[in-house]
Each structure stands twice: as C-alpha cells, then as structure tokens.
Design a protein around this ligand. Structure first.
Ligand code: GLC
Length: 650
C-alpha cells in the first residue's frame, strides 16, 4: 500500500543506507520492501512509536534486511522467486515431515548425510532438526536454552557442516526446518552476561527487577509452565542482584520485546538461518512473546504484532522461508497465529495442530470419538494459505488442553476425564496397557500432562513384555491408525524419530542428573539403528510398522484431495467409535476420498445413509486406496475392522 508518511520515511532511509549494501543489485529487495514497508512501518510504530529512538531503530531494521539480502546466496534467491510463483507449494499432499535430535539420530551433522537415505526410504521430504546451537552443557532444555544463536554447538559440528547438510538436502529435494528460540536465551548468552554485569543496554534485553514488587504482581495472573521443576516465573540472580523473568526453566531468561533492539537482533538471527538454508524456521514458544501485568502473558495482541512484523521483514529478504508457530494453546488462540482477517498467512504459515494430536490420544484411550468430534467442531477454519503440522508425538509432553465445554458436550466431567486420561496413559487405570509417565504435575491445580513414546503409550511395551500377540497386534494397529489420521486430515504429517520402528520408552534419563527431573526425556532416546535394521525382516514389529507408515506416506502423495486447501467435511455419525470425514479436490479433476477410522478394539459398522452428501449405498463396492482392496457397500453399510481406517475412493 502506498501511504505518504511511510513512503517519504522509506526514501530517507534508503538514501542513508550503508553504501556497501546500496551498490548491490537490490531490484527484488526494493520491490518487496516497497510492497511491505507500509505494514512494517505501521507495526513498528504500534510497538515502538513512542520511543525517542524510533527512527534510528527503523533505519537499523531496514539495514539488517538489506544486509541479509546481500548475503543471500543465488540459489536461495532463485528458490524465493520460484516459491513466489508457486505460492501454494507448501499445501501440497506431497510433503511429509520428520522431527529428530541430531545427536540421538545421527551423532552429529556430518553423520546426518548417511542417515538421510533412511528418511527418503520412508518417504520423508521435510526434516526438522531440533536445536543444534551452542548452549550450556546440561542446563539447556534439550537445546532450547541458547548461548550463541549463530554458533553450532561443537558436539554437533560447525556452521560449514550445516551448510553442507542443507546443500545435500536441497539436492535431494528435502526441506530443512531449523529452530529459532525467539522467546528466551540461556542465562549464559552474552546479552545475559552483560546484563549480569550491570550493562544498562543489555539489562533492557530482559525483564529484571530489584525486588519482588513487580514480580509478585505478575505472578498473580501468570500460570506456571514447569510447575514441578521450575515453579514461579522469576529467578533471583545473585550476580546481578535482581529478579529476572524465567517463564520456562530458571536458566532461560525471557527476552523483552518492548525493546526494539531485541526485535532487530532476532530478525537478524532468523534471516541468518534462512541464509544458511533453513526452508522453514520454527519459532519456539511464540505465545509468550509479550508480557503484560494482569494477564497470563500468553497470546497477547502484541505477540501477534511482533510475529506479523517478523513475517513482513522476512518476506522482504527471504520470501521463500516459511515460519512454524510453536504455540501449544487453545484452538481459538492457535488459529490466530496464522494471522487474523487475512487469506494468506500474515504471521506463520504453519502451526502445530496440538488440538488434533491431543484429541487423537483421547480417542485411543476412550476407544470413542465423542470428544474428537466435538473438539474438532470448535477448531476454527484456518486461512486458505496456511497449514497444520499434524502429529501424534513430538519431543514434548501431551497436554490435555481440551475445552471444558467440549468435554462436557462429549458427556464427561472435565476434571474427572482429564484425571482418567493421565491415569490411563500412566498405566494406573485398570484396563490400560499404556506405560507413559506424568509430566508437570501441578499440585495446586491438580493438572498433569503426559510423557512417553508413541509405541509405549499405545501399549506396545507392555504387550511385548507379556508376549501377548493379540495385544501386540492392537498396539501396532493403534500406531498405524494414528499415522493414517495425521496423513489424511489436512496439513503436513510430522513424524517423530523412532516412531516408524516402534521405539519404546527409554528410562536411562533417570540416572542423568541433568535429566531425571524432566520426564520428557523418556521419549528422547538415541535411535537404535540395529532395531531399525529389523524393518527389513518380515514378521517383526519394526517391519510391520515401518512398511505401513511408508505406504501411508506413499499413497498420501498420490491423492490430490489430501492437499490442504480447506477441503474437508467432518461427519457426525451415530456410531461413537468412528471418526469420519471427507476430503475433496478444490481444483482440477474432481475427486473425493472418504476417511473412516474405527478407534475401538472391535469392528464397527457405518451406516452410509447417515452421510447425506455421500451416495455410496447404490454402489456394489468401493476401493480403499490405502490397502487397494475393494470394500463391500451394497448393503448401504461399511464394516471397519478394529483399530483401522479406510481411505475410500468415491
Ligand atoms: C518449546 C519447546 C520445548 C521447550 C520450550 C521452552 O515449547 O518445544 O521443548 O521446553 O519451548 O524453550
């Protein structure tokens, strides 16, 4: 948009641009800056307009964008242009993701090259390598407490190793996802060190207070993220003689985005990693970016303004780079991280679908889809050009953040139902074969979350140790069913390392002094490559799971109706064990796929006349695209075997 105040300001800024930057061919940069500058200026003004240094800070921001554009390699600039043309590229059903820890998966970055073959064999083409940046040993929250945002931790390798890996991935057509931990730094980060020494400039990078007055006011409305291990939201720092805000662990200092210098540093870091080949940047803990007294300090309006500004700036320099919002919040809140009142994502193009994930686990525990159906009804429709990451497990715990009203509508009492789920997955509930571990029990609220590997939560660990073949079959079926769901729901399926070979819980964390207090380590094992080899031996659990998931991903890629174009209709049926939805093509040759999943341990019948837009009952049979078998429909019903799904071609 052309608007005179921002336009004349932009002219002044460009005249003052660093001559080294100014002499580059900046044609594409200028066009994009012109297109976005009105928005950048107004967002920056909303956030920082009342500061005396507003203008020099804005000048600095433009300089950062220009400098990083100059640094952007030709092949990345070409990829930007190609993605601008094919702007729906990331909604394709051909994407399939995988999250891993570099060390636990491949020892180090160099080791990753050889292990990309395994991922390609599985059908993966988007790989999220969790944080590999320099951090203190032990006190680093699995890499999410960063000491230097531009340095690879020695145990993983060097920046050159990362460049070589990203080049290898690019040549194989694989996308690289890297984290930028935007909300906090390690207490050993240089900014924190400076703050500890009383440096005013860096004290202003964090929220620090000389006494408990303000922290106590904040605490009245702020929930605790890690109530067991890091209660409260502030930590006393002896060196500094001040309280510092630490929402997560006491060694993770929250950054103060009220200071524009923090924003500019962070955008510089995001662009740095975009220039080192990150196709997608996962922005960690974005719900927490803005702190306000009297609020929960989550999902604040200004947090969204910051993300919009980050997106607008990134589009100027590296428009092919996507953002993932890591915000594990309620459905009505999560949807806002795509950006409101828009068609294209204004903030992050991709967000974790934690709602769907937790609802799937509810369906597994209850063997019913009552809450799943209710909960999804209240998941607002996302923007056209935005997509979900659909996952069954990740490196974090499973939070039971369902809406109380949905739980009631499904016929359960909210508190009792949450307690049931924790009991179920920790194996306390009498009929349960799950072997998870509670995480973050909050004695004050009675809440808890759940840790555990997918296979152990699905009962495989217990089934294997009791040599119970029927139970083994059930848990293998659950694992496959969950992957069938994340691959067909709409969005990018994101697998967690080890799950495709049925990796069980790993209790070795209990003997590690830096880990034993955090049960999430139970599902962060070193990948057992001998176990992975068994995927080649028919009859083994590894073979069954691996080949089923591989097939799920391969078949998904052939189904245009599985691209994520808001092309889904969920059906309510009278059978409480079934989850039924239709996917259809939004463009091109019309095709429809009916997904039917049965979460019970017994077979169930779907009465097709209940699906008013589907007229299958006149047909004799229809094909399940996944198994490539014909399914009888002539009686107007379909029978779905226990813990199974169909992808019926209509
Ligand atoms: C994100 C990460 C989690 C980490 C937290 C604090 O939620 O996924 O592992 O503990 O941020 O950085």
């Amino acid at each position: 948009m052309y608007e005179q105040v921002s336009h004349s300001l932009l002219n002044d800024i460009l005249i003052g641009l660093d001559p080294k930057v100014g002499c580059e061919d900046l044609k594409h940069f200028y066009i994009r800056l012109g297109a976005n500058f009105y928005a950048i200026h107004s967002l920056f003004h909303q956030l920082y307009g009342d500061r005396h240094d507003f203008r020099p800070q804005l000048q600095k921001l433009v300089e950062v964008m220009a400098r990083q554009y100059v640094n952007r390699r030709p092949e990345l600039r070409r990829s930007d242009l190609a993605r601008e043309k094919d702007h729906n590229w990331f909604l394709s059903q051909e994407l399939a993701g995988y999250t891993l820890y570099c060390q636990e998966y491949a020892q180090d970055l160099k080791g990753m090259h050889a292990k990309l073959d395994y991922l390609q064999e599985l059908g993966i083409n988007l790989v999220h390598i969790m944080p590999v940046l320099d951090g203190p040993k032990g006190r680093n929250d699995g890499g999410y407490a960063v000491r230097d945002f531009r340095k690879i931790d020695e145990k993983y390798g060097t920046l050159d190793d990362m460049d070589a890996l990203s080049a290898d991935m690019r040549s194989r057509g694989m996308l690289l996802v890297l984290d930028v931990v935007v909300n906090h730094t390690s207490d050993e980060h240089e900014w924190a060190q400076q703050a500890k020494q009383g440096n005013e400039q860096h004290l202003d990078y964090y929220y620090t207070y000389p006494d408990r007055k303000i922290p106590d006011i904040f605490e009245q409305s702020m929930p605790e993220v890690f109530p067991e291990t890091a209660p409260g939201n502030f930590t006393w720092n002896e060196e500094m003689g001040r309280w510092v805000m630490t929402v997560f662990n006491h060694f993770q200092w929250d950054l103060n985005y009220k200071n524009p210098a923090v924003f500019i540093e962070m955008i510089d870091i995001i662009l740095f990693w975009a220039n080192h080949g990150a196709d997608v940047v996962r922005l960690d803990a974005v719900a927490f970016l803005w702190k306000k007294i009297g609020s929960t300090c989550q999902n604040e309006r200004e947090a969204h303004l910051i993300l919009q500004l980050m997106k607008d700036c990134c589009q100027v320099t590296a428009p092919g780079t996507l953002f993932i919002a890591e915000a594990i919040v309620a459905p009505l809140e999560i949807i806002k991280y795509f950006g409101e009142d828009a068609v294209n994502a204004k903030e992050c193009e991709v967000a974790y679908n934690a709602t769907f994930m937790a609802l799937l686990w509810d369906a597994v525990a209850t063997k019913k889809t009552l809450l799943l159906n209710h909960g999804l009804r209240n998941l607002p429709t996302k923007l056209d050009r935005a997509t979900w990451l659909n996952y069954a497990r990740c490196h974090d715990d499973i939070g039971l953040g369902f809406d109380d009203n949905d739980i009631r509508a499904a016929g359960y009492d909210p508190q009792a139902h949450r307690r049931f789920l924790v009991d179920y997955y920790t194996g306390v509930y009498p009929d349960s074969t799950a072997t998870g571990v509670a995480f973050g029990r909050n004695e004050k609220t009675g809440d808890a979350r759940i840790s555990g590997s997918l296979a152990s939560l699905a009962g495989l660990e217990a089934a294997l140790s009791s040599h119970d073949d029927a139970a083994i079959d059930n848990s293998v079926q659950i694992i496959i069913l969950l992957h069938g769901m994340i691959a067909s729901f709409g969005g990018i399926p994101l697998l967690y390392y080890g799950d495709a070979i049925g990796t069980l819980n790993d209790n070795t964390y209990l003997t590690d002094e830096n880990k034993h207090h955090d049960s999430r380590w139970v599902h962060r094992p070193t990948l057992d490559w001998r176990k992975a080899e068994r995927r080649h031996e028919p009859g083994t659990v590894e073979h069954r799971i691996f080949h089923a998931i591989r097939k799920i991903l391969a078949v998904r890629k052939q189904i245009p109706a599985f691209a994520d174009l808001n092309n889904r209709e969920i059906f309510e049926t009278s059978n409480p064990h079934l989850f039924v939805f239709m996917r259809f093509t939004a463009h091109g040759i019309y095709s429809r796929v009916l997904v039917i999943a049965n979460f019970d341990t017994a077979p169930h019948i779907l009465n097709l006349t209940e699906l008013n837009t589907v007229n299958l009952s006149e047909r004799y049979e229809t094909r399940d695209i996944y198994s490539n078998q014909c399914i009888a429909t002539q009686t107007g019903t379909v029978e779905i075997p226990a813990l199974s799904f169909y992808w019926l071609q209509l």
